[in-house]
Write a protein that binds this ligand. Sequence first.
Ligand code: NAD
Length: 312
Amino acid sequence: MVTGGAGFIGSNLVDALILEGHHVRVIDNLKTGKLSNLDDARRQGLGRFEFYNIDVTDDEVSVVIKDFEPDMIYHLAAQADVRVSVKDPIYDAKINILGTLNVLNGAVNANVKRIVYAASGGTIYGDVDLKSLPVNESHLKEPVSPYGISKAVVLDYLRSFRHTYNISFVALALANVYGPRQDPYGEAGVIAIFANQVLKGEQSTIYGNGDQTRDFVFVDDAVDAFIKAQTKGDNLLINIGTSIETSVNSLYQVMCEAAGKKQNAVFESPRPGELLRNSLDITRALIQLGWKPWTSIEEGIGETLEYMSNKK
Ligand SMILES: NC(=O)c1ccc[n+]([C@@H]2O[C@H](COP(=O)([O-])OP(=O)(O)OC[C@H]3O[C@@H](n4cnc5c(N)ncnc54)[C@H](O)[C@@H]3O)[C@@H](O)[C@H]2O)c1
């Protein structure tokens, strides 16, 4: 079962599971996800794919889990926007904490043995001292945004449910994931926003001087980690990123080169509270999951641009 399976990462994961021959049931309320993201799953997974338009906080979640009795649940449904969480922390907590508890209760009722959770490597550690970069999983969890808090709190619940009900878990602390199906509108990831603007010849805005760095991991690589977590990484928090810091300036340059465009971004004052640098130590993923990323930023951006230009 995949919650949030109509979303950016979830739908890519569903496709990979269908390709592996699994029977997949998706729960998603289509708040930010799209049914069209599941077109391939519907075609490829004839008879092995079902979609339920339900909110994760709904009582029906338990019924749908019980009726399916999945071997495992990938829990990706979330309010995934930091700025929404700052504006409305109660809404964020309802979906990300209470919704998760609802899914966990459903898992207990249906005797589900394993949960793989999409945690957030970019927010659960908080403002990391530069000396601690790339940050590893043992680092203090001092999230600053309500989203980071809701994502970090779930780690404690996962440990509690493992202790009490023997449900094993893997919590993947994802870096900045990018690639096909990421929504370029609203508060999306910077790569999707830049890609959309560069393709349309629109000017992009860089907040601050552009030297701020992020750890960008391609969605296929992230999905591969979710697949490996079916059988490995028991009861661990595991960072999924590249350990490479890419500055927003160099990202923009790579993007323009890949699109064959010559254009300059405009610079505006930095956004308050924005992290200056970030990257994740991925040693544990290599040891525990046998996972490492294989897509370079140039290749990943190339694929993203190709997907977006075909969509237009
Ligand atoms: N994209 C990233 O860089 C990134 C980084 C770290 C963690 N994550 C986590 O990965 C997961 C997937 O993120 P994404 O980038 O694919 O975002 P997304 O918004 O595309 O996916 C979230 C999905 O959850 C669904 N959803 C939201 N609220 C729901 C609710 N109340 N009930 C049922 N479904 C609901 C949405 O419709 C959507 O399909 C999230 O848990 C997010 O916190 C993402």
